[in-house]
Design a protein around this ligand. Structure first.
Ligand SMILES: Nc1ncnc2c1ncn2[C@@H]1O[C@H](COP(=O)(O)OP(=O)(O)OP(=O)(O)O)[C@@H](O)[C@H]1O
Ligand SMILES: [Mg+2]
Length: 286
């Protein structure tokens, strides 16, 4: 298999160009040690530069004095689904927070060519980036419908909003049944459906999803992922999907990045990662 330079033009550290995979727990070096990266892109990355919706370069993030992301380089093509995989504490959630500017960041996050670093979270939202956070972030004391209406708060066109509300109810019929029910009383799966639908009320170009499968039964997860694919294909919404469930994410995504201790350890087309047994065993544990 050919190793390739990274999509985002970050040079690999010398001696790491064809470095071995990092076994799970095999590289426990502290933050100062660069993790060897293996790329499965076949030389040019999954997509050309012109079609990039999101281009992240040298992205760092910290909580107070603690740095948790180190020079991340990755990108997402318009209309694609990209997965970010990694173990607990790898920095997946922080990566989404860094894009939304809810954590201190440096580096560059270009969305449709516009720099997000340094903007307010509200500006990021208005540019078309919606975040479905871990824990779902529903307003538990409000009804399903009130949550959905709040989701469209940046929009003024009432007839369009009404259309989108109906669309949410068509996509997830259970939400229509629960329309007047307090969101805190919904099941986990229904709350995840509500969180996704609420984010879509912004009519975003990019949806950031943080572990949508977390804590849900397999049948519910399958249903939610099926509808996510429909949303991507029918509405053209691009997605950056954070998942610990690698198998599930690789089935949906076009491209994947694997994070280890705040660094990109591996990247490539989802299909290729899924079919590479050594990668699956070493990194993904299945
Ligand atoms: N609010 C915070 N304050 C301080 N450190 C934090 C905070 N949130 C996360 N961290 C630390 O940042 C690192 C990355 O955490 P992050 O939540 O991004 O990982 P993750 O890949 O999403 O993990 P998980 O799979 O458990 O959700 C971890 O070491 C974590 O302890
Ligand atoms: Mg997380």
């Amino acid at each position: 298999m050919r190793l390739a330079p990274p999509e985002a033009a970050a040079p690999l550290p010398k001696g790491h160009e064809s470095g071995p995979f990092v076994a799970p727990g095999g590289n426990t070096s502290g933050p100062a040690e660069p993790v060897p990266r293996r790329l499965l892109d076949g030389g040019v990355g999954a997509v050309g530069v012109a079609t990039k919706l999101l281009q992240v370069s040298q992205l760092c993030a910290s909580y107070g004095a603690t740095k948790v992301l180190y020079d991340l380089d990755f990108s997402l093509a318009a209309g694609h689904i990209t997965a970010i995989l990694g173990a607990n504490g790898a920095g997946k959630t922080t990566t989404l927070r860094a894009i939304c500017q809810t954590v201190r960041t440096s580096g560059s996050v270009l969305f449709e060519g516009k720099q997000l670093v340094g903007q307010s979270t509200e500006s990021v939202v208005r540019l078309g980036v919606a975040h479905v956070p871990d824990g779902r972030g529903t307003f538990t004391a409000l009804s399903t419908e009130e949550n959905l209406r709040l989701g469209g708060y940046t929009r003024r066109n009432r007839s369009e909003l009404a259309l989108d509300l109906e669309k949410a109810f068509t996509r997830f019929p259970i939400l229509k049944q629960r329309r007047h029910q307090q969101a805190g009383t919904l099941s986990g799966g229904e709350q995840q459906m509500l969180a996704i639908s609420r984010a879509l009320m912004l009519r975003p170009k990019l949806l950031l999803l943080d572990e949508p499968s977390f804590g849900l039964a397999p049948l519910i997860v399958a249903e939610i992922f099926r509808i996510m694919r429909t949303i991507n294909q029918e509405d053209g919404v691009s997605m950056l999907l954070v998942e610990q469930n690698a198998s599930l994410a690789l089935d949906l995504a076009d491209h994947a990045y694997l994070l280890e201790t705040g660094r990109v350890a591996l990247s490539g087309p989802a299909e290729q990662i899924k079919n590479d047994e050594s990668v699956r065993r070493a990194y993904l544990g299945y």
